[in-house]
Design a protein around this ligand. Structure first.
Ligand code: HEM
Ligand code: HEM
Length: 136
């Protein structure tokens, strides 16, 4: 398994744990929903679900096509970009809820970064679907 695919699966499992903890916190202390709900949603969907799909997708889907991933470099860039921007987005969302201002600007920047990482996956996997031209 490529290093970045494994990193995505490991990160996904960590976000699953954080998603469960934030979920239980909201049940125990309903007041925290105001600041935590959006983080919980996106840690679960962009963290756990999407990163599991990235990791498993990078490992399995190109193999179905009998070819390697189109760009390992893009995969490596994406694993860093997706994680840094998701953690940044989550922290910024918590402070944006109570302080706004500067934190709102950070939410926009990290949100765009997260969007870019999604498109890196789309492009990389899309191109990995093309069969390698055989020399015969
Ligand atoms: C221990 C497990 C979990 C607990 C206790 C939990 C708890 C909660 C609570 C209390 C809310 C409501 C927040 C609000 O007031 O808006 C919520 C929302 C949500 N949760 Fe979880 N959750 C758990 C796991 C998950 C998982 C595994 C996922 C997805 C893979 C998930 C996805 C969502 C989504 C998408 C929302 C937003 C729904 C909406 O806005 O209508 N949760 N969760
Ligand atoms: C570039 C990445 C993303 C950004 C910046 C983003 C941002 C946002 C924002 C600003 C909201 C509105 C919250 C509100 O009205 O209070 C929202 C809601 C929501 N998003 Fe995302 N989103 C992203 C990706 C995704 C993805 C990939 C999924 C699903 C796989 C998703 C699922 C949801 C859901 C279920 C809600 C409604 C529940 C809630 O308000 O917590 N988002 N998102």
């Amino acid at each position: 398994m490529d290093k970045y695919a494994k990193a995505f699966v490991k990160a996904s499992l960590i976000y699953f744990g954080i998603g469960a903890i934030t979920g239980v916190c909201m049940v125990l202390w309903p007041d925290t929903r105001f600041t935590v709900a959006r983080v919980h949603t996106h840690i679960n969907l962009l963290g756990f679900m999407a990163m599991m799909v990235y990791g498993v997708g990078y490992h399995i889907l190109p193999r179905f096509m009998g070819r390697p991933v189109y760009s390992h470099r893009l995969g490596n860039i994406q694993v860093w970009l997706a994680n840094i921007t998701l953690i940044g987005l989550s922290i910024s969302w918590i402070f944006e809820a109570t302080r706004g201002g500067f934190w709102h600007t950070l939410v926009i920047l990290f949100g765009i970064g997260q969007g870019v990482s999604i498109f890196l996956f789309i492009i990389n996997l899309w191109k990995s679907m093309h069969p390698v031209k055989s020399s015969e």
